[in-house]
Design a protein around this ligand. Structure first.
Ligand SMILES: C[S@@+](CC[C@H](N)C(=O)[O-])C[C@H]1O[C@@H](n2cnc3c(N)ncnc32)[C@H](O)[C@@H]1O
Length: 257
């Protein structure tokens, strides 16, 4: 993957489609990510957080408002400008760098927490990216990851029946035909992941704890009674958990180095 300084159609589309979203709209989601992180590691103003793929910058802005130290790596100069602008509108100066997680130097044992939300499906050499994140975490550091789930019946990437189930080549052809060749420069989901695939890779890289959504979900924080019963059953029954994880809309992990 390369950094493209010219305007890319899919990035312009992303900016347009997300332009109505406010920090208030995003707060429940951002709060949820932060709460899940805080349940597994101590987070205070001395903690160093890095976000990969900042998009419109909401997680950056939210963390800064909580008094946390956060910086970001973003492959799109177009999106980085948008995030900086949204930051200014919320009286926050964001600490962002343009770069590709595949080949940007992010250091060794530098961070307490690294977050990549809806990013790794777009990273062509995703294993190289995860290895860099592992190296950049301090011992005991935490990696928050969420991404695509291949056998989900709905896709956040593209609205097409059983989109994730399609072979990669077919998905790429469909997207190029409908959205133009540009989509392969940035925006394409190179990967539709599965829980077993990610779990085994995270362990292979060396994370000492690899927790999927069911493992890390705090039952006490689930307000909805039915949802709590479902999660509680999944925690008790491995076959049920694995069946449910196959079809959920996303893959979600918390990994501890
Ligand atoms: C779908 S957006 C998600 C943005 C944000 N994390 C969120 O959850 O709203 C994916 C983001 O990852 C960025 N990205 C994609 N590939 C990347 C790479 N190889 N290195 C760094 N950032 C990348 C994209 O430019 C975009 O900002």
């Amino acid at each position: 993957m390369h950094i493209h300084y010219e305007e890319l159609q899919d990035v312009a589309r992303y900016i347009e489609n997300h332009s109505h979203i406010t920090l208030e709209d995003q707060k429940p989601l951002l709060e949820n990510i932060l709460n899940n992180i805080k349940r597994h590691t101590k987070l205070d103003r001395n903690s160093k957080i890095l976000e990969i793929g900042v998009g419109s910058g909401w997680f950056q802005i939210y963390c800064k408002q909580q008094g946390l130290q956060i910086s970001g790596l973003e492959i799109s100069p177009q999106l980085m400008e948008v995030a900086q602008e949204y930051g200014r509108r919320h009286e926050t100066e964001l600490d962002l760098e343009v770069g590709n997680i595949e080949d940007t130097e992010i250091g060794v044992a530098q961070y307490d927490v690294i977050v990549a939300s809806s990013v790794f499906e777009h990273v062509e050499d995703w294993q190289k990216g995860v290895q860099k994140i592992f190296d950049a975490l301090k011992p005991g550091g935490l990696f928050y990851f969420d991404s695509t789930n291949k056998f989900s019946f709905v896709s956040g990437e593209y609205n097409f029946p059983l989109y994730g189930w399609m072979p990669n080549g077919l998905r790429y052809r469909l997207r190029k035909a409908r959205q133009g060749e540009d989509i392969m420069k940035l925006g394409i989901d190179f990967h539709q992941f599965t829980y077993p695939q990610l779990r085994s890779f995270f362990k292979r890289v060396g994370f000492s704890q690899v927790l999927d959504l069911v493992d890390y979900k705090d039952l006490d924080r689930i307000g909805d009674y039915k949802k709590r019963v479902v999660f509680s059953s999944m925690k008790k029954s491995k076959p049920l958990k694995h069946l449910a994880l196959t079809f959920l809309p996303a893959t979600m992990f918390i990994c501890v180095k």
